[in-house]
Design a protein around this ligand. Structure first.
Ligand code: PEP
Ligand code: MN
Length: 351
């Protein structure tokens, strides 16, 4: 249920509502950033009677939320959630591009990638230090050393860092370095990790599971929000289908459908989505045209030498070319590319 307060309600009246919710053994969740003061209620087994709340002073309405995902649904918050990552706003009126290598491999590699994506206009840097690999014999990431290198790249470029957190043990360490904590597709339903992320103050980039439905993705986001962290981005990264010509099948439907069902920002990952370098630009363009709030793109200074996902990583030059295309599409759909606060986007070099 969602309690909507009257426009000029007092803090005391809000407190009375949350007290009533608690006295019923339920959990109140103040909805942040909403134009109206609203309190979501979770924990009820069946429908609640609106009169339990509408009789309290300051209450305008008590509405039933029909979706199983409550706090992340548009029903509880009409306007888009905008997540501020050190001045870069994801979910607002600009398209954000996050870019960088799949894995942090060395000081030279991450710095070269970071400077290149920064120069081409990306506003967040991605790079994995803890890598969830299908095979235990594949490169698992540089771990803490990788986090330190990401911090160095941030210092040099001003780009905030998106990096994956693989488990609850390493969460405190990763959270010390990351500006955005990525939950990988393989961990989308790691509920203890989701709950712990709900208790951190860092934004979360939640990737859709390999075979997860949109409802399952939204329920996973609900775990994080219900645990107290409202700053979640939903990421479509391709799902498993019968198709074998591509690594995954990008569910482009996910972009408008998630935007309709939820107020959270929607991110598209064309790199894992298609898995083939030469097709990444087309899918990136499609994502922006479909209304994605952000893209996350793998870029490597030398993809053929990459320790992970080289086959889908763009070279720095290819990324620069893609940014020029994406910029036009973003403008055409009325959501221009975001730029780093206080700096004009450097003109991409012609080649
Ligand atoms: C990644 O971003 O490099 C990654 C491992 O992605 P996913 O979890 O979507 O496979
Ligand atoms: Mn990858």
């Amino acid at each position: 249920m969602l309690i909507v307060m009257k426009p000029r309600c007092t803090p005391d009246e809000v407190e009375q509502v949350t007290e009533r919710v608690r006295s019923l053994g339920l959990t109140p969740h103040p909805i942040p950033g909403a134009q109206r003061v609203a309190i979501g209620i979770t924990g009820n087994k069946g429908p609640l009677e609106p009169e339990l709340f509408t009789t309290l002073p300051g209450v305008a309405d008590a509405l039933r939320v029909s979706q199983p995902f409550k706090l992340v649904s548009r029903e509880v918050k009409e306007e888009d959630t905008v997540i501020d990552v050190g001045g870069v706003k994801v979910g607002g009126d600009h398209v954000v591009v996050m870019a960088g290598p799949c894995s942090v491999e060395s000081r030279e590699q991450i710095l070269e990638a970071a400077h290149a994506v920064r120069a081409a206009g990306a506003t967040l840097l991605r790079g994995g230090a803890y890598k969830p690999r299908t095979s235990p014999y594949e490169f698992q990431g540089l771990r803490e050393e990788g986090l330190k290198l990401l911090a160095l790249a941030r210092e040099q470029t001003g780009l905030k860092v998106v990096t994956e957190v693989k488990d609850t043990e390493t969460l405190p360490l990763v959270a010390e370095y990351a500006d955005v904590l990525q939950v990988g597709a393989r961990n989308m339903q790691n509920f203890s990790l989701l709950e712990k992320l709900g208790r951190t103050d860092k934004p979360v980039l939640l990737k859709r599971g390999l075979s997860a439905t949109l409802k399952e993705l939204l329920m996973a986001a609900e775990y994080i929000v219900a645990s107290g962290n409202h700053r979640v981005m939903l990421c479509e990264r391709g799902i498993r289908t019968f198709e074998t010509m591509t690594r995954n099948t990008v569910d482009i439907n996910a972009v408008p459908v998630l935007k309709t069902l939820s107020h959270l920002p929607v991110v598209l990952d064309p790199s894992h989505g298609v898995g083939i370098r030469k097709h990444v630009p087309a899918i990136a363009r499609a994502g922006v045209a479909a209304g994605a709030d952000a893209l996350v793109i793998e870029v490597h200074p030398c993809p053929e030498k990459a320790l992970s996902d080289g086959q889908q990583s763009l070279t720095c030059g290819e990324f620069e070319g893609l940014m020029r295309q994406v910029e036009q599409i973003a403008r055409a759909v009325g959501k221009p590319l975001s730029t780093l606060a206080g700096t004009a986007r450097p003109q991409a070099k012609r080649r």
